[in-house]
Design a protein around this ligand. Structure first.
Ligand code: ATP
Ligand code: MG
Ligand code: ZN
Length: 277
């Protein structure tokens, strides 16, 4: 070891004497530079990265960043609550050209993803409604998966799942986690509220709890001006008139999604796209 060190020192000293700096054989740039310390009357050679080394480090850094991004996406995907059926649907593997109402909404949702930063700043939501099997959840899942690809936090869920989760926070006696749970829904960048109006709201006590829960969730998003995307079998009017959702809630949804309400019609895609994706 010492022999190597003294051999190197000897070589450095010789290099200094000869004013010769080591050159990379590949790119031709020096891998050493001369450091002068005039006060001590000293000189020594220090290492400097040549182009090849700089490029190698750059690639290494890029790979690290890519890896970080991939694990962030995986983590967000884990938290997103997207169900297995829709976890691989995407803007790319979705078929168009079968149904014009689907295509119109789909194109708009594509643009929504492209402009996600602006959409987020403005708090713009979308309301998709129409017949069962017409592709509404599919389109919202395409949005969710596209945003996740860009590392944007998304949750895709429905009132049934939310109420189940809230109830379980009561049962476990974790009062704190109920608060945390609500905050998660309030704060997530994009919330997708699937199947709105599946539950019928009437005036008995149990439904009042659900009615208040729904109002609270929507109102939090509304006040925070956070983008929320809805899918439903019912129009906004029908949510009030047929499903008994409070008009204060629906009024807010209407404002949150104004200018982006799309009706899906036509036959169910369930048999058409069976097992394609
Ligand atoms: N354009 C499409 N390309 C490929 N698969 C599609 C397309 N549209 C819908 N599908 C598939 O068809 C099935 C039904 O669509 P989806 O679940 O989105 O319907 P929906 O409108 O949400 O129905 P519901 O009102 O009953 O919830 C899903 O498996 C979905 O992935
Ligand atoms: Mg659906
Ligand atoms: Zn080099």
């Amino acid at each position: 070891m010492e022999a190597i060190a003294s051999k190197n020192q000897g070589k450095f000293a010789q290099n200094i004497r000869n004013r010769e700096l080591e050159i990379c054989k590949i790119c031709g740039e020096p891998t050493q530079y001369l450091v002068n310390i005039p006060l001590m009357n000293k000189q020594f050679l220090a290492h400097i990265n040549c182009r090849c080394e700089r490029e190698k480090l750059e690639i290494q850094r890029e790979n690290e960043l890519k890896q970080e991004k991939l694990s962030k996406i995986a983590e967000l995907k884990n938290l997103s609550l997207i169900s297995k059926r829709y976890e691989n649907v995407s803007l790319e593997n979705t078929q168009t050209g079968h149904n014009s109402s689907f295509d119109k909404a789909f194109e708009r949702c594509k643009r929504y993803c492209e402009n996600h930063q602006k959409v987020y700043e403005n708090g713009n939501g979308i309301y998709l409604f129409g017949a069962k099997g017409s592709g509404k959840t599919h389109v919202t899942a395409c949005i969710a998966n596209e945003l996740l690809k860009k590392c944007v936090p998304v949750l895709l869920t429905n009132l049934f799942e939310i109420s189940k989760a809230v109830k379980s926070t009561f049962q476990n006696g974790f009062h704190e986690s109920e608060q945390e749970f609500f905050e998660r829904f309030e704060k997530v960048s994009f919330l997708i509220f699937d199947d709105l109006g599946v539950e019928t709201f009437t005036k008995n006590d149990r439904d009042t709890w659900l009615q208040t829960l729904l109002f609270d969730l929507i109102n939090r998003r509304y006040n925070a001006k956070k983008p929320t995307i809805f899918s439903s079998n019912y129009s906004l009017n029908e949510l009030v008139n047929l499903r008994g959702i409070s008009d204060r809630t629906v009024d807010r949804i209407s404002e949150m999604t104004s200018g982006a309400v799309f009706k899906f019609d036509g036959e169910s895609m369930r048999s058409k796209f069976k097992n394609i994706i």
